[in-house]
Each structure stands twice: as C-alpha cells, then as structure tokens.
Design a protein around this ligand. Structure first.
Ligand SMILES: [Zn+2]
Length: 239
C-alpha cells in the first residue's frame, strides 16, 4: 500500500521513499509513499525522476493499481531492487500547471452551478487547458463570455482552497457534496477527500489544487460546442 503524499501536500516536489515491489516486465516500481499523482478525476499523472543508488530513472507514467502506486521507469538502466531507498522528484512545472488547471475547472463548475444551476457531466484536462461538459440546453457566445468573466472574477477574489479528509458518514451529511456524485462512492470507501474553494465550490475530489484561486492566472474560454440536446462542452485555456 502506497501512502499518497500528494493528498495532504500538493506542493511536495521531492520526497524520499522505499521501494516495496519491482515488476521487471513493465519496469514499474511500487513505493511505500509517493508524491507522484497517479492520474484520475480528469487530471493526468505526473512525470519526473526517481533516483536510486546514484542512478536517475525517468518516471514516464504513474498509475494506481489497487492500493499501490506504480511508477513506470524509462531508460535501459538496470532496475533497482526492493528495499532500496529512493528519492522522487516531480516535473514541477507540469504538476503546478495541472494544479492551476484543475482549480480553474472547479472555479468553472462552481460559477456555472451558482449562476445557472447547471451541473457538470464530465471533463478532462491537460496542463493549462481543459474541457468540461454541462447540462445546458442552449449555449451562446454571450453566455460564454459571461461565464469567462465570472470565472476570472473568482480568480481575482483570491479565495482560499481547503482540502479535508472526512469520515464517510460526515461527508454524506454535507448538502453541497450530495448534489455531486458522492452517492456513487463504493461502500468500501470509508473516507472522503473534499476540496473546497471557500465561498464558491465544494466537491469530493482526489486531485491536486493550488492554495488560492489567485494562483490560477487568467482563464480564457476558447471554444464551446454542443454535445447533444442537453450537453454543452466548454473549452478553457489558462494564460
Ligand atoms: Zn476535480
């Protein structure tokens, strides 16, 4: 089982760990603790490097399998052995851009729900760009410009972002969480991680976020399109 360091400290760029398992076939190593985000909830995985006994391995993909985080090592250097001490270093520019993007997506969710009552049906992101689908019947250019202005207003409000890990029962009593997909959480999940943009948005979320909306930067809605009778897609870019 890998301790997920990014869940409580999104700003951790470097960490030490012990290798608990090595899969020679896939060149994947499991660590007892990791700051590498393994992907999920629309946020792509981190990249970076893993240093073991003087050898620097590129981390080319990270994936969660059960309770273990697998770090896929590039290059052709001989693989380390279980029990070795390792130092992980994130590609911080990429991760920080993903944090800014992920928070921008939550600002978008929060403002669209507050101003229009429209719920999110899906989304995806890359560093500094993302798309989100909403239950909207019609979408016009004017509406999109209003949404963009509202999002940038919230960036300028410099709202704090708070992350909490709550017991399941406690999370299920928060009305703002009930409107999201929290009811779909499997029964075996006993804790719910929540991400709150204070005064704007609260969601059950496993991703990494910046500490304050001011860190997001300027958000541009670059396109929108219809994805069916009640689904409209909005495309964002961060500058
Ligand atoms: Zn999210």
């Amino acid at each position: 089982m890998t301790e997920l360091l990014y869940q409580t400290d999104a700003y951790l760029k470097e960490f030490s760990a012990t290798i608990t398992f090595v899969d020679a076939e896939t060149r994947a190593v499991v660590l007892d603790r990791s700051a590498f985000y393994p992907g999920g909830g629309g946020q792509p995985c981190d990249f970076g490097t893993l240093e073991v006994a003087g050898i620097s391995y590129p981390v080319e993909k990270v994936k969660k399998q059960g309770d273990d985080v697998h770090h896929f090592l590039g290059g052709s250097a001989e693989l380390p052995v279980p029990g070795s001490a390792a130092t992980g270093m994130l590609d911080w520019a990429r991760r920080h851009n993903l944090m800014r993007t992920h928070t921008a997506m939550h600002i978008l969710c929060g403002t669209v729900f507050r101003d229009y009552g429209a719920k999110v049906t899906g989304g995806d992101m890359d560093p500094l760009k993302g798309r989100m689908d909403f239950e909207f019947e019609t979408m016009r250019g004017e509406l999109v410009r209003n949404i963009e202005a509202a999002v940038n207003l919230e960036v300028g409000e410099a709202r704090d972002i708070r992350v909490k890990i709550l017991p399941r029962e406690e999370a299920f009593q928060i009305p703002d969480l009930i409107r999201t997909k929290i009811s779909l959480l499997p029964e075996g999940i006993l804790q719910v991680r929540t991400v709150e943009i204070v005064g704007l948005d609260l969601q059950a979320d496993g991703g990494t976020h910046v500490m304050n909306t001011s860190e997001v930067g300027k958000v541009k809605v670059v396109d929108y399109k219809s994805k069916g009778a009640i689904n409209k897609r909005i495309y964002l870019e961060i500058q």
